[in-house]
Design a protein around this ligand. Structure first.
Ligand code: URA
Length: 212
């Protein structure tokens, strides 16, 4: 698995305000969107393209466009929804599928409760978006789920990751037999005893959408 930590002052700046407990939900949502657009730029470096010919007002020339089949963006519900707008801004022609995963607050075990995805992801590049890579259980399950549907190239985009979670994901990713890339805004220090990323930013879903 290739791990890429996006190192840019604007990413650090936006992350600082996301982490700050005084940042309210509307500002948090806007910052998360802006941050994802910057991460998406890194995450799409290897997006598949094909050449095609155009005419400028002056001369014929060749360019590139996104290849078919188009990539699929998969937000992990619920917090991944807060990253969708930022991602589709860069990849407007991508299809969007949904995967609902929930983590038991006590056991930290993850289970899938919903999915709306193409029947086959064969030959598709898949971009999974989930803000917090904590224990890694969610991404591990998501990767297995997507590979079983035929995905043959997976990139996960997360705002923050904990070293423990990254290692867990690496183990699974390396056994899938397909290219897997992880793009992160930051690798934080550790997980606490409740499975929260330290220093982190708290519960991303709650900060995006309130405690429901
Ligand atoms: N999920 C979150 O929203 N925050 C964490 O710190 C860990 C998991």
């Amino acid at each position: 698995m290739r791990v890429h930590v996006a190192d840019h002052p604007l990413i650090k700046h936006k992350l600082t305000y996301l982490r700050d407990e005084r940042t309210d939900s509307p500002t948090f949502r806007r910052l998360a969107e802006e941050l994802v657009t910057l991460l998406a730029y890194e995450a799409t470096r290897e997006v598949r393209v094909e050449p095609f010919e155009i005419n400028t007002p002056v001369a014929p020339t060749s360019g590139i466009k996104l290849a078919n089949p188009k990539p699929v963006i998969v937000p992990i519900l619920r917090a991944g929804l807060g990253m969708l707008e930022g991602m589709t801004r860069l990849l407007p022609s991508a299809e969007v599928g949904f995967l609902g995963m929930v983590r038991d607050e006590h056991t930290l075990e993850v289970s899938a409760y919903a999915n709306r995805l193409p029947e086959s992801l064969h030959g598709r590049q898949v971009f999974v978006i989930d803000p917090m890579l904590a224990t890694g259980h969610t991404l591990v399950m998501a990767f297995e789920f997507l590979r079983d549907l035929g995905a043959d190239d997976i990139t996960a985009v997360c705002l923050l990751g904990a070293p423990e979670g990254i290692e867990a994901v690496r183990e699974t990713a390396d056994s899938l037999g397909i290219p897997v890339t992880l793009v992160l805004g930051s690798i934080d220090e550790k997980l606490d005893e409740n499975g929260y990323i330290v220093p982190g930013l708290g519960d991303a879903g709650d900060r995006l959408y309130g405690v429901v």
